[in-house]
Design a binder for this molecule. Structure first.
Ligand SMILES: Cc1ncc(COP(=O)(O)O)c(C=O)c1O
Length: 433
């Protein structure tokens, strides 16, 4: 970075500089922060309206035991999520281990041997590679079951390669796959306007094709969801956006009724579909999490803007940049150095509410190709709607930061990270005088 200074870093001075830098970026972002706060209103209105129309009451908080047939809590939650997401039907289930599991259930539930399945947003998120069969073997992937997978590379200029998409639309396909969030890739997330345009384009040429959207990290970033604008099926995780930072596990699927039912037949069994499965008396948390989600997402976005501005000003490449709109919660920072990644993760972890004493160490993780380093001292283990940062350990060493319940927490963590980077020699204090 600029203003090189050699020798031992004066920690006091580093801290003062970091505080001033973070404060000045936060001040510059005041009007954007206000906009983010106001954007909570339409999302929260949708949630409140769904609660009111479905006559949510205390009686829905308890769940049944056993099969869970006729569980009124589960049924009301499904209807509320369907309304909020603008979908015919939703299935919100704590039996989903993760977003990957919900997406896998949707894909396996709907696709059949011989079907053609095309990703139009490049390579899907890493954990889906083994689901599709691009990595690993003998696990019963989509490809193992005779489903034909292809993908269109993204375009640098327009995100989607429209020319290639139009060509692809000459061939009838069962499903078109769209990933809303950037995931672990250096690319913009998709706006709802763009998702709408894609669904329209696909349905114009192929009315029966299924537009599937991996909605992880996108929910409530805008006031419409893919299912409001033409997507046939979406899936996501409850330990991300819609869980409002308090739901302990689970995922959801939403969209056309027949497709959601097929996905549920994969989660449970054909014949049981969406009609079984208890919620372990956690209905209140699922509903309260949905109630909190718009506010938590605004806090995350405010934090992401701050992280972006702080690192961008220091000369780091960031994705998205401060000039671009956000379609998800994720802020990428290219650190170009494995050690710098570890330094930032260690600093963030040290400011975490849980496990502050732990040092993040890169390690293998089920579903991922590379070792991952993660700062995630969250109340819900692995929750990325709480403030967290993680990175696959591979060049150019991009750190993906997301989540946050309070902007103040991110503010504190950023100061600590800047001091740590300075002490480790990755940042240089401006010369005084
Ligand atoms: C775009 C995207 N899709 C899917 C997933 C998988 O979600 P989960 O970690 O809940 O399995 C992620 C996780 O980060 C993601 O970023």
């Amino acid at each position: 970075m600029q203003n090189l200074k050699s020798g031992v870093v004066d920690e006091e001075r580093a801290r003062e500089w970091a505080q001033n830098h973070v404060r000045s970026v936060a001040d510059r972002l005041k009007s954007k922060t206000l906009e983010r706060t106001e954007a909570v209103i339409p999302c929260l209105e949708k949630v409140l309206e769904a609660f009111a129309i479905e006559r949510l009451g205390n009686q829905h908080f308890a769940s049944l035991t056993g099969y869970g047939h006729g569980d009124q809590g589960r049924e009301v939650i499904d209807r509320i999520f369907a309304r909020v997401l603008g979908a015919d039907k939703a299935a919100v289930r704590l039996q989903f281990v993760s977003g990957t599991h919900a997406i896998a259930a949707a894909l396996f539930g709907v696709l059949r041997p011989g079907d053609l399945f095309l990703s139009i947003t490049g390579k899907p998120y890493e954990t889906l590679e083994e689901v599709i069969g691009l990595r690993g073997s003998g696990q019963g992937s989509l490809i193992d079951f005779g489903i034909f997978y292809e993908e269109l590379a993204l375009s640098n200029e327009t995100i989607i390669d429209f020319k290639a998409l139009d060509q692809a639309l000459e061939v009838p396909r069962k499903m078109f796959f769209i990933q809303r969030s950037c995931g672990y890739s250096w690319r913009p997330s998709l706006s709802i306007d763009l998702i709408e345009e894609l669904c329209e384009r696909i349905h114009q040429k192929q009315p029966d094709a299924i537009c599937f959207v991996d909605n992880c990290y996108g929910e409530f970033v805008e006031d419409r969801e893919p299912t409001d604008v033409g997507a046939d099926l979406i899936a996501g995780s409850l330990i991300k956006n819609l869980g409002g930072t308090i739901v302990p596990t689970g995922g959801y699927i939403a969209g056309r009724s027949d497709l959601v039912e097929k996905a549920c037949c994969r989660l449970t069994a054909p014949g049981i579909g969406s009609q079984g499965g208890i919620s372990f008396d956690l209905n209140r948390l699922v509903l309260q999490g949905l109630f909190l989600a718009p506010q938590m997402i605004a806090e995350s976005l405010i934090g992401a803007d701050l992280i972006c501005g702080v690192f961008e000003d220091l000369g780091f490449a960031v994705q998205p940049s401060s000039r671009e709109d956000r379609g998800d919660l994720i802020q990428g920072i290219q650190l170009d150095d494995a050690e710098a990644l570890k330094v930032v993760c260690k600093a963030f972890q040290a400011c975490s509410p849980v496990g502050a004493y732990l040092e993040p160490v890169p390690s293998p993780m089920p579903g991922y190709e590379n070792d991952l380093v993660m700062a995630g001292g969250t109340f819900i283990d692995g929750s990325t709607s709480e403030f967290s940062a993680d990175a696959p350990l591979r060049p150019p060493y991009i750190l993906y930061v997301q989540g946050g319940t309070h902007r103040a927490h991110i503010h504190i963590a950023l100061i600590r990270a800047l001091v740590a980077l300075t002490k480790a020699g990755f940042l240089d204090l401006p010369q005084t005088g």
